[in-house]
Write a protein that binds this ligand. Structure first.
Ligand code: ZN
Length: 427
């Protein structure tokens, strides 16, 4: 298990410096890289100007270079050193100006003077630079040359989708976003973890459910995806998750779906209760990512989110401090383990009927241990408790909740009871 965190972290290292945004070649490059990991990934382009519900796909943004030079001709800001130095979606500019005028286009964080903030302006054309507050305070009066070699033109929005066919048409939906440049926890950790989760799901022998896994730019990508796929999603999705902020090794967080008690919520809460009992619980009122679209009225999908430290809740969020030092393989190990347990729980979450009247005689079937220890006593108790809720009314997740054991403690017992024909799956 330790290894998986290292692999996910390694993927982050390889993708960290690509300049991603809502649209553009950085997104394509990222998705092409992920396609090498997941060959069945399909990459889609939605043209600028396409209407998606109340929104429109914006122009495509690309950037080759950007800098600020001082009077001596020295680059004091260089896009090549950090791609968050430039306000995302900045229009091209090539101009010499005074410090006063330049200052109107500078963004800093006085409360975190060493950090460079991450700023975007997707829907209002402007340009700007981000730097540390410390550096801004050191700027002297004089002329500055600003240069942003970007383009904002009709193009397209790029996203990727992986569909894993299961025995059922019912689907588990996993969504992650790919629109942030060099920022680690929010958000590269999401697509990196989802890539390895997808590999894991692909390795399941005959999955019960189908899986729809998407890598989209946040907000507009989710809206564009829903515009094309909402009917299928509404028809088939039984549980969904927005995966983001899964790479730090601090506490776990859960953000409820708007429905609050959907299967997705229940499985997330159940796994976290045992895996990370001190997790922080957020309501749908604390939403901030693509659950805003998936859970919107008229869409109303059962989509919640399991994270480590939630976006907006860590000081490093949306700054240069959310970097490869803020995430680590231990953090990914834990997050992967939780998501893997959630997927397994969903796959195993059948409803069972008991096939005998009154208590079955366990002894004659070899299910009653001849030597009684604390461990076997616990097992027998679980077995008997499990049997009393195999009533065709409670699914295994509900049984586990009712009898206060993690669902994974029941898989083996269920197997034994099925083998002895004491219970069977309710069709
Ligand atoms: Zn973000």
């Amino acid at each position: 298990m330790k290894k998986i965190g290292k692999k996910i972290y390694g993927l982050c290292e390889n993708l960290f410096y690509i300049n991603r945004s809502l649209t553009g070649n950085g997104v394509r490059k990222t998705l092409e890289y992920l396609k090498k990991e997941l060959p069945n990934l399909t990459i889609h382009e939605v043209p600028s100007g396409t209407k998606c519900f109340d929104w429109e796909i914006p122009k495509e943004w690309n950037i080759k270079d950007a800098y600020i030079k001082n009077e001596a001709g020295k680059k004091i800001i260089d896009f090549n050193e950090s791609n968050i130095h430039v306000v995302g979606y900045s229009s091209p500019i090539h101009k010499t100006l005074d410090l006063d005028e330049l200052d109107k286009h500078l963004y800093t964080l006085p409360e975190l003077p060493e950090a460079i903030p991450y700023i975007t302006s997707y829907y209002k054309e402007t340009w700007g630079f981000c730097m540390s507050h410390k550096q801004r305070q050191g700027l002297t009066k004089g002329k500055y040359k600003v240069h942003i070699d970007s383009s904002l033109e009709d193009g397209s929005l790029t996203y990727a989708e992986l569909f894993i066919k299961g025995e059922s048409k019912k689907e588990i939906f996993i969504s992650t976003y790919i629109c942030h440049p060099s920022l680690a926890n929010d958000n590269l950790s999401g697509p990196a973890l989802v890539t390895y989760l997808a590999k894991h799901i692909q390795s399941i022998n005959k999955p019960r459910y189908s899986y729809r896994i998407i890598f989209i730019p946040e907000t507009i990508g989710a809206i564009a995806y829903l515009d094309k796929n909402m009917d299928a999603l509404k028809k088939n999705v039984i549980a969904g998750f927005v995966v983001t902020c899964v790479g730090d090794n601090n506490h776990y967080s859960y953000l409820a779906s708007r429905q609050e008690n959907s299967l997705a919520d229940n499985v997330a809460l159940h796994v976290l209760k045992y895996q990370a009992p001190h997790f922080k619980k957020y309501s749908y009122l604390d939403r901030g990512s693509d659950e805003r679209q998936y859970c919107a009225p008229n869409v109303d999908l059962p989509v919640c989110s399991v994270m480590r430290t939630k976006y907006g809740e860590f000081d490093e969020y949306h700054t240069s401090l959310d970097n490869l030092d803020f995430i680590n393989s231990e953090g990914f190990n834990g997050s992967f383990n939780v998501y893997e347990k959630m997927i397994t729980a969903l796959e195993q979450n059948f409803t069972y009927n008991v096939n005998v009247i009154c208590e079955p005689q366990l002894g004659k079937r070899g299910l009653y241990p001849t030597i009684s220890t604390r461990k076997t006593a616990g097992m027998v108790k679980n077995l008997k408790n499990l049997l009393v809720y195999c009533d065709g009314k409670h699914n295994l997740l509900e049984v586990a909740e009712k009898i206060n054991v993690p669902i994974w403690d029941l898989y083996d017992l269920v197997g034994q009871l099925v083998e002895h024909n004491l219970i069977s799956i309710k069709e």
